[in-house]
Ligand binder design. Structure first.
Ligand code: NAP
Length: 284
């Protein structure tokens, strides 16, 4: 499927802040046609204006969707699929870290819903278009925090376990890897690659929505952390570098391949997560 010119089309979620925003700036500067998925209209519009002003690339569209809602994800993809537009790159980036348990309107724990189910759901709903647009790429922003995760598919929402924000976050980031590896295998030979990354430890808005000490603590240590622009480097590279056009099912940090935690390669766990996710997003 061809775009109007030679531009490649890229959708980025969570593009109004942090790593997603910088990924959008960099890809716009490289001439990509962008679709930014943001949950807040004003922040989204301000981001689009700033990207157009600074990069002189006017091909930047905004879509508003709260990715904790399966209905919003369905509407977002439905509207996109109505347009006869290719999708060469999908960057699943939107993420949250909660220190207190919250549920979505569907009764799903919020971090699981945004950090894992939204990646899974949006990718599956757009998959046919991505396949038609091959060579194409799915880039999933995970985290090295996945290394401390204990995943429990009987209780992914931590309703039966003590709610510890970092453990909940780490589990969702392990799910990003399990999903990426399973999807990469399912898409083998289609010209669609799927890769996952750790962006580094980056000063962003992550966790600042929480009450208590977390926002204060993250502000305090932020001078020690990477700037968001540096944190976007591996996402941008995986989305655009010609040398990895055929690389799939891998984990990267600093634009270099790394092994992820042993548990992430467990194929039976990958398949069980796939089945559970299908049910949870209503595609089962
Ligand atoms: N920062 C780090 O050190 C670090 C380390 C490892 C991995 N990561 C990963 O990097 C990714 C980006 O995070 P970040 O650090 O750049 O944090 P961030 O600045 O807080 O950005 C997160 C983005 O996700 C969006 N978002 C959150 N909930 C959403 C929802 N329900 N619907 C739609 N969008 C939603 C936010 O929208 P708003 O602008 O409206 O808040 C924001 O644009 C995440 O997947 C995170 O897990 C970050």
């Amino acid at each position: 499927m061809e775009t109007t010119g030679t531009q490649r089309v890229c959708m980025i979620t969570g593009a109004s802040s942090g790593i997603g925003r910088e990924t959008a700036f960099e890809l716009a500067a490289r001439g990509y046609e962008l679709i930014l998925v943001c949950r807040d209209l004003l922040r989204g519009e301000a981001t689009v204006r700033e990207i157009v002003r600074r990069t002189r690339n006017a091909s930047v569209d905004l879509r508003i969707a709260d990715l904790s809602s399966p209905r919003a994800i369905r509407n977002l993809s439905h509207e996109f699929l109505l347009e006869a537009r290719p999708l060469h790159v999908l960057v699943n980036n939107a993420g949250i870290l909660n220190t207190r348990r919250r549920e979505t309107g569907e009764g799903i724990e919020e971090v699981w819903a945004v950090n894992h189910l939204a990646y899974f759901h949006l990718t599956l709903l757009l998959l046919e278009r991505i396949r038609e647009s091959a060579p194409a790429r799915v880039v999933n922003v995970s985290s090295d925090a996945h290394r401390m995760a204990r995943i429990d598919l009987d209780d992914p929402g931590f309703s039966q376990r003590p709610y510890r924000g970092l453990a909940v976050y780490a589990q969702s980031k392990l799910a990003n890897l399990l999903f990426s590896y399973e999807l990469a295998r399912r898409l083998s030979g289609t010209g669609v690659t799927v890769n996952c990354l750790h962006p580094g430890t980056v000063a962003t808005g992550l966790g600042r929505n929480n009450p208590g000490a977390w926002p204060w603590l993250t502000r305090l240590i932020s001078p020690l952390l990477w700037r968001a622009r540096r944190g976007a480097r591996t996402s941008v590279w995986l989305a655009s570098a010609p040398e990895i056009e055929h690389t799939t099912g891998r984990y990267f940090q600093n634009c270099r391949e790394r092994r992820s935690a042993r548990l992430s390669y467990d194929r039976s766990l990958q398949r069980r997560l796939w089945e559970l996710s299908l049910k949870q997003v209503g595609l089962g």
